[in-house]
Write a protein that binds this ligand. Structure first.
Ligand code: F0G
Length: 458
């Protein structure tokens, strides 16, 4: 008999979570102005809001916390992080930052100017926010297949080389500070980019003398998909694949809250001293001195250890296997989800799930609210609310996909939790035709409205 899948860890510490009644959840959601970010975590039973900073650190990472060196300058924790980054990515220069968007802020302050163009594959919202905040433009060059949730494609995070070349050819390359490739592509559904595509993007960038930056939050998950899906990589280790991936980049921004399995942390890394020097100025302005950049020594030590653990095959197989398990359950129940399943999350196609909700009434947000009311499961809208208004016309932007993201924290929940989530969503699916009214916005911020938006039932 083939042995079933089992986690390559056992649990040494647990944290109780509380169930609630439907009546309580109705009250809480109303008080939260129907924005799930406003819920208290104790009002949530299974929290799938994000896989960012919500993973469980290992015993070794907690040990590293105790070894943290809190010196203002030149701490041993900084050098541990530097060594881990060099070993795993190959980059010589790095700047710690307190999280991923801080890395974007520091690097983009040095490189992105008003009127610039930054092509990429469905930029993450903070990335896009940092580009548009500087009055520059993010141009999406993702392959068309990514926008149809039912198409099976191994690498839906890929850039369309024709779209990319059009951008490079038809613009002054002096206005293109870099191409940004997000691995895996969160916005397209946690979808990977193939090694071939990374190589081709780099070749095209070289042809036009433009730099390539990887938004690397989930680079190890991307490497796992290359190993199991792309020809020629089955026998390579995750670390070998990661090294090759980064060989096609000039630098990276990293939210370490994902694949480095820490609760806080990020960094910039690059092979170019001049990029490092330019960014250093803004690091000191915004984050802190070059050898801590907004992190405590203990955070940097745990992060270094997490980079090693996050790039182990056994860990990634467990992690992505659990996400797949949830995806397979939902598929078995007939629920429309993004195919193939993403690395860190299952993305439910809200337009197909709730055909009676108009786009102006935010179907994915409506579905997120229904799932919470059903079972205390908190997911997040990846749709028109997240997409913000067009910075020039101020019209709502309706992205091609309207998704409910169920992000799975690393090493945090069990298979029974996956069963629970799937059953809860099935119950909502069974009554989907009765859900006919969505939400309207009553208050919103000028950028990144997603986090603080207030809503009311239509
Ligand atoms: N890039 C990607 C691809 C991300 O997914 C995120 C964060 C960031 C950058 C910014 O990093 O949060 O550390 O500042 N994604 C989280 C999520 C918030 O829920 O997907 P950060």
């Amino acid at each position: 008999m083939k042995l079933p899948f089992a986690e390559a860890y056992r649990i040494k510490m647990v944290e109780p979570i509380k169930k609630s009644t439907k009546e309580e959840r109705q009250q809480w959601l109303k008080e939260a102005k129907y924005n799930l970010f406003n819920l208290k975590s104790e009002q949530v039973f299974v929290d799938l809001l994000t896989d960012s900073g919500t993973g469980a650190m290992s015993d070794k990472q907690w040990s590293e916390m105790m070894l943290g060196d809190e010196s203002y300058a030149g701490s041993s924790s900084y050098y541990k992080m530097k060594a881990a980054i060099k070993e795993i990515t190959g980059f010589d220069y790095f700047l710690p930052t307190h999280q991923g968007r801080a890395a974007e802020n520091v690097l983009f302050s040095a490189t992105v100017k008003e009127g610039d163009i930054v092509p990429g594959n469905s930029h993450f919202d903070t990335t896009k926010g940092h580009i548009e905040f500087r009055k520059a433009h993010a141009i999406d060059c993702t392959i068309d297949e990514a926008f149809d949730t039912s198409i099976e494609h191994d690498f839906k995070g890929n850039l369309d080389l024709n779209k990319l070349e059009d951008v490079l050819k038809n613009n002054d390359v002096a206005k293109i500070p870099f191409i940004i490739v997000t691995v895996t592509c969160n916005t397209a559904g946690g979808q990977p980019v193939s090694m071939q595509n990374l190589k081709d993007v780099k070749a095209l960038a070289d042809k036009y003398n433009v730099k390539v930056i990887f938004d690397s939050a989930r680079f190890a998950e991307n490497a796992y998909f290359i190993k199991v899906r792309e020809e020629g990589y089955a026998d390579k280790t995750i670390r070998e694949i990661v090294k090759e991936m980064f060989s096609y980049a000039d630098g990276m921004t990293m939210s370490s809250k994902k694949d480095a399995i820490v609760n806080i942390g990020g960094f910039i890394a690059t092979r170019h001293k001049e990029m490092f020097d330019e960014a250093s100025v803004f690091s000191i302005l915004y984050e802190g001195y070059l050898t801590y950049g907004g992190l405590s020594g203990r955070d940097m030590s745990a992060l270094a250890q997490g980079l090693y653990e996050g790039t182990e095959f056994d860990f990634l197989e467990n992690r992505i296997g659990q996400v797949e398990y949830l995806g397979a359950k939902l598929t078995e129940y007939g629920i429309p989800v993004q195919r193939p399943f993403g690395g860190h999350a299952i993305f439910v196609d809200a337009l197909k799930f709730l055909p009676n909700i108009k786009r102006e009434e935010f179907p994915a947000q409506t579905l997120a609210a229904e799932l919470y009311l059903e079972a205390g499961v908190r997911g997040v809208e990846i749709g028109a609310i997240l997409a913000d208004r067009d910075p020039v016309t101020r019209e709502n932007r309706y992205p091609e996909l309207e998704l409910l993201r169920l992000a799975i924290p690393r090493r945090t929940y069990t298979y029974n939790h996956m069963e629970y989530i799937a059953a809860a969503l099935k119950n909502v699916y069974d009554r989907r035709m009765e859900i006919t009214k969505g939400f309207k916005i009553t208050h919103e911020a000028p950028v990144l409205r997603h986090f603080t938006v207030e809503l009311d039932r239509v």
